[in-house]
Ligand binder design. Sequence first.
Ligand code: CMP
Length: 139
Amino acid sequence: AVERTLSIIKPDATKRNLTGKINAKFEDAGLRIVAQKRIKLTKEQAGVFYEVHKERPFYDELCAFMASEPVVVQVLEGEGAIAKNREVMGATNPADAAPGTVRAEFAESVGENSVHGSDAPETAAAEIAYFFSGLELVG
Ligand code: CMP
């Protein structure tokens, strides 16, 4: 089925001017960028987004990192977009990421790992709604 997923190009990547190179990987994989904006999150906004990780030891560090530099939030659309995006991103830890994936090529560490992607249809819907209104999604 055609799906939509929420993608974030993270501070470590925007800082190194990698937005275009990462978008090229998404587009080459057949994903269409149907919404996109560059924003600077506050720690509080990052905290709400990553609420499910609140009890994790890395939560504070994660929120501070996500607020440290601009991010590019985007909606990717395509056949099986959620799984396809996760394939293009590679494993969370760049040390485990397959060659050619975004994280293998660009991520600096498990925390500063260049991209985020929704992990399931329910989280994709919630994460898209956190950043975008329906009017901003242009398929
Ligand atoms: P993401 O897919 O955005 O979802 C949660 C994020 O937490 C993850 O990518 C990493 O950036 C971060 N994360 C996961 N594990 C660790 C860890 N052990 N230390 C620091 N950050 C982590």
